[in-house]
Design a protein around this ligand. Structure first.
Ligand code: 2IT
Length: 445
């Protein structure tokens, strides 16, 4: 490793002890952009990288609420407002028991570069809580969301910070959060994205992360002279992102044979299509966080406590959560003939897996490029809200297509060496340069 990177990372770790996921996300970016940073005295003099790894503002707060038995429960709420060089802070809220400051800092940091790649005017942020909807009633989820917003409202706004969904936060939660914001502020504004279609939401937003990811994969395949049609896919997760990706893969003539949950994975060689895809939404709404019931419902195979990466497929798309695919999984996929991995979850692959892919010149693209369609359509929802107007499905989908193509072009521009496209480097350098230039132009802030 490069001595300059070592010193940089040691300094970061000393200032942020115990934030392993954040360090992992920073190291990936720093390794990619170091040459550009080193070669650009303007960036170095302004300590752009050192500034970028320090969030502009971190908010942590108490979220008290009462459950259906009348007992008091306390969760911790967060909003990390990472970088506003390109626009209002923008990024999702994650409600999951695994949420810590480190997780939200890694997500907010990545979001800054991802949002930069979308070409839309959005800064980076992330928030959430260690609250989990598992086993909770809708009423409990509502009371939690209302309490969460009762503090968050003072920190956000349509020109300041615009949260959205992430793991554990979908249309239902956005509804409860929006209702409370509106009630406190007495304002109907585009303060959140992922809203319902009848009250300010954008067409295609629920599908956008998955659709955009498959559009990106189409571009990757095109570089290899291939197409989605006839290919077999392993997908992980079973939430909104997996649902969107599976829907689009089916539309384009591919076949998806796996989904997964915290309990294990499903192998369905007949392909997950038709009613089986809609069933994913029922699984999520059940608040149980398991996929095993799919096997009983459709006569497929369930592998408890295992990951779908042991399946023989052409293409793998991790759609669940961070570090869900490690080096051993990467080796297994490749030895089974897999020729493309597109990370859809944020930081879905461990550092070892990413290095293994890149060092072996294997076709791999990182989440911040592949999954950017989600936040991109959030950006389009903001535009529509500002205009007080709604675009048609075709209009939104057309813009999503253009944005994903643009991101692929950026990755190619900054990541192509010989006939290998290093999408990790391409995405990081492309995202970084735009943020760095904006920060320089805006002075020492
Ligand atoms: O990780 C992500 O990009 C999201 N969860 C979506 C963020 C957004 O503001 O739509």
């Amino acid at each position: 490793m490069n001595a300059g990177i070592d010193i940089f990372m040691e300094g970061l770790k000393a200032r942020t002890p115990g934030e392993a996921e954040f360090h992992q996300a920073v190291l990936e970016v720093v390794e990619s952009v170091w040459d550009v940073y080193d070669a650009n005295p303007r960036y170095k003099q302004a300590k752009i990288l050192e500034r970028m790894v320090e969030p502009e503002r971190t908010i942590m707060f108490r979220v008290p609420w009462s459950n259906d038995k009348g007992e008091v429960e306390i969760n911790r709420g967060y909003r990390v407002e990472f970088n506003s060089a390109l626009g209002p802070y923008k990024g999702g809220l994650r409600f999951h028991k695994s949420v810590t400051l480190s997780i939200l800092k890694f997500l907010g940091f990545e979001q800054t570069f991802k949002n930069s790649l979308t070409t839309l005017p959005m800064g980076g942020g992330k928030g959430g809580s260690d609250f989990s909807a598992k086993g909770r009633s809708d009423n409990e989820i509502m009371r939690f969301c209302q309490s969460f917003m009762t503090e968050l409202f003072r920190h956000i706004g349509p020109n300041t910070d615009v949260p959205a969904g992430d793991i554990g936060v979908g249309g239902r939660e956005i509804g409860f959060l929006f209702g409370q914001y509106k009630r406190i502020r007495n304002e109907f504004t585009g303060v959140l994205t992922g809203k319902g279609l009848g009250w300010g939401g954008s067409l295609i937003r629920p599908e956008a992360t998955g659709f955009g990811a498959v559009y990106f994969v189409e571009h990757m395949l095109k570089e290899m002279g291939k197409e989605v049609k006839g290919k077999t896919f392993a997908v992980s997760g079973f939430g909104n992102v997996a649902w969107g990706a599976i829907t689009k893969i089916n539309e384009l003539g591919g076949k998806v044979v796996t989904i997964s949950g915290p309990d294990g994975y499903i192998y369905d060689p007949a392909g997950i299509s038709g009613r089986k895809v809609e069933y994913l939404l029922e699984l999520r709404e059940s608040n149980n966080d398991v996929v095993a019931p799919y096997a009983e419902e459709f006569g497929a195979k369930f592998f408890p406590d295992a990951k779908p990466w042991e399946t023989k497929v052409d293409i793998a798309m991790p759609c669940a959560t961070q570090n869900e695919l490690n080096e051993a999984d990467a080796r297994k996929l490749i030895s089974n003939g897999c020729f493309l991995v597109a990370e859809v979850s944020n930081m879905g692959c461990t550092s070892d897996a990413v290095n293994y892919f890149v060092n072996n010149k294997f076709t791999f693209a990182p989440g911040k490029a592949v999954n950017a369609g989600g936040v991109a359509v959030s950006g389009l929802e903001m535009s529509q809200n500002s205009m007080r107007y709604n675009w048609t499905t075709e209009e939104v989908d057309k813009r999503l297509h253009l944005i994903m193509q643009d991101i692929h072009d950026t990755c190619t521009k900054h990541g192509k060496a010989g006939n290998y496209i290093n999408y990790v480097k391409g995405a990081n350098v492309g995202g970084f340069v735009k943020v760095a230039e904006a920060m320089l132009a805006q002075g020492l802030v």
